[in-house]
Design a protein around this ligand. Structure first.
Ligand SMILES: Cc1cc2nc3c(=O)[nH]c(=O)nc-3n(C[C@H](O)[C@H](O)[C@H](O)COP(=O)(O)OP(=O)(O)OC[C@H]3O[C@@H](n4cnc5c(N)ncnc54)[C@H](O)[C@@H]3O)c2cc1C
Length: 445
């Protein structure tokens, strides 16, 4: 078949490579000057930075992880890192996840957290139902102490909203429940570890996370057209027309609100749902520092408090690969979310760097480079109506014959490995379609 893939982020190019491998003629149309989307990296002199905050190569699915590592040049092309993540809790370094690090808090805060946790645990065991909003969910699941000392300030900082106006269902699977024994052990000073599945990760030696995209495009067997915005898509006979060119099949990976105006057949009610899908945006600060001693052995840290400035997460980026910064230097990525209103200027940058200095992460006089990059589509706004709204949108696409997937192409809170996993499922669907010639609705679990 002749297939058009709309959008050249990792979702688009991964699927293109898989389909080209089956002998289809595949064209990827990408608006930007090169492929990569949120997985792009950039250089300043000898510094390399990821554009959308710190990205790691990791997957729970062995098949996907192998695919990712192969695109990055295998073990030889990557650095294997042992994850070391912490929370900057006032003047302390608390191991992440917070429940497992509770023993590192002040005695008063440990009591607060444990009393609240035990109360919440008993309430849950007595049958209190899982709240549907995130604010109440935090109290129900973690208790009032954990809520006050980390969960509420951190989540308000990243999501920039009243947490009671956010749904709770998206957290399932993202915040695994630590066994109560582990929390009690942590409280009395015996270290326990959460999230063991992510205890090691990989990162490309050279070129930042984008190396995975380049490895996907290289010898991918498909036609990548950059600098081409998709402006018109419609059904024509048994096939489709994209910007006037005929194709047998179209797969979208472009953020839904950005592709909606281009697709002719979308009904008005579905258009209204798509327009209501708001993203949360991210300013990523790329900071280079001159070092007089190596950076601490950290992967990334969380900054929950207002006095630490607007940054919610800092990646110790030069620790991911020594080639991310020149000799004698280090680099950080500082992530600041916003809802479309933030326009950084020199004073704002200075203030953010100053706050990182006060939080004990760097010394402003070490800074040799500070640049920033805005990513309009970074996180999904999981408001209380999101699930119903996206359900209607996905159903229309799945039933209509237009295939759509990707972090914002389907509005799934997915990392790149899960996007690649989805590409594998769409690939299997198209294979079945090509063999039977019988168009079935796309069904993704
Ligand atoms: C802060 C942060 C940290 C993350 N950390 C990790 C991590 O550690 N590991 C990990 O694996 N993943 C991570 N992710 C997730 C990862 O970045 C995404 O899952 C992945 O990049 C999504 O790829 P995509 O192709 O679906 O979408 P995108 O990358 O958004 O690609 C969509 C593409 O469509 C193009 N486009 C838009 N409009 C048009 C148009 N009209 N015509 C043509 N093209 C158009 C865009 O230019 C873009 O290239 C992180 C994301 C964020 C925000």
């Amino acid at each position: 078949m002749k297939i058009a893939i709309l959008g050249g982020g990792i979702s688009g190019v991964a699927l293109a490579r898989m389909l080209a491998g089956d002998g289809h003629r595949v064209t990827v149309l990408e608006r930007a000057e090169r492929a990569g989307g949120l997985c792009k990296s950039r250089r300043y002199g000898e510094f390399t930075f990821d554009e959308a905050g710190g990205h790691i190569v990791f997957s729970k699915e062995r098949q996907v992880l192998d695919w990712q590592l192969a695109r990055c040049g295998g073990e030889a092309g990557t650095v294997r890192n042992v994850r070391n993540t912490k929370i900057r809790w006032h003047d302390r370094w608390v191991p992440y996840p917070f429940e497992n690090g509770v023993g590192h808090l002040t005695k008063e805060a440990i009591v607060d957290c444990m009393a609240g946790y035990i109360e919440a645990y008993a309430t849950r065991k007595a049958g209190a139902p899982c709240p549907t909003n995130f604010g109440d969910w935090i109290q129900w699941r973690m208790g009032s102490g954990f809520a006050r000392h980390f969960m509420v300030p951190y989540n308000q900082k990243i999501w920039k909203c009243d947490l009671q106006k956010m749904a709770s269902d998206w957290v399932a699977g993202r915040v695994p429940e630590a066994p109560i024994e582990d929390i009690v052990k942590s409280a009395i000073g015996i270290d326990t570890e959460g999230y063991t599945h992510q205890s090691v990760f990989w990162f490309p030696k050279h070129g930042g996370f984008e190396a995975m995209v380049r490895g996907t495009v290289q010898d991918g067997g498909f036609d990548l057209q950059c600098g081409v915005a998709v402006t018109r898509v419609e059904k024509k006979g048994k096939g489709y027309a994209v910007n006037g060119e005929a194709f047998d099949l179209v797969v979208n990976t472009i953020p839904l609100p950005q592709i909606e105006p281009a697709i002719a057949e979308i009904p008005e009610a579905v258009r209204a749902d798509i327009r209501a899908l708001r993203p949360i945006s991210l300013i990523n600060l790329m900071i280079g520092v001159k070092l007089d001693e190596p950076l601490p052995n950290l992967s990334w840290i969380y900054l929950p408090f207002a006095e630490q400035g607007p940054t919610n997460r800092v990646t110790y980026f030069s620790n991911y690969s020594p080639h991310n910064a020149p000799a004698g230097h280090g680099s950080f990525l500082a992530e600041v979310t916003h809802r479309g209103e933030l326009r950084p200027d020199a004073a704002w940058l200075k203030e953010v760097v100053g706050a990182l200095g006060r939080a004990g992460i760097l010394r402003p006089e070490q800074v040799v480079l500070s640049e920033w990059c805005n990513n309009e589509y970074a996180y999904i706004d999981q408001d209380l109506h999101f699930r119903d709204r996206i359900g209607r949108v996905r159903k229309w696409f799945d039933d209509s014959g237009y295939l759509t997937f990707g972090r914002f192409g389907r509005y799934e809170y997915h990392n790149s490995d899960q996007c690649i996993g989805r590409a594998m499922q769409v690939h299997a669907h198209i294979r079945q379609l090509a063999q039977s010639g019988d168009p079935q609705p796309l069904r993704l679990n």
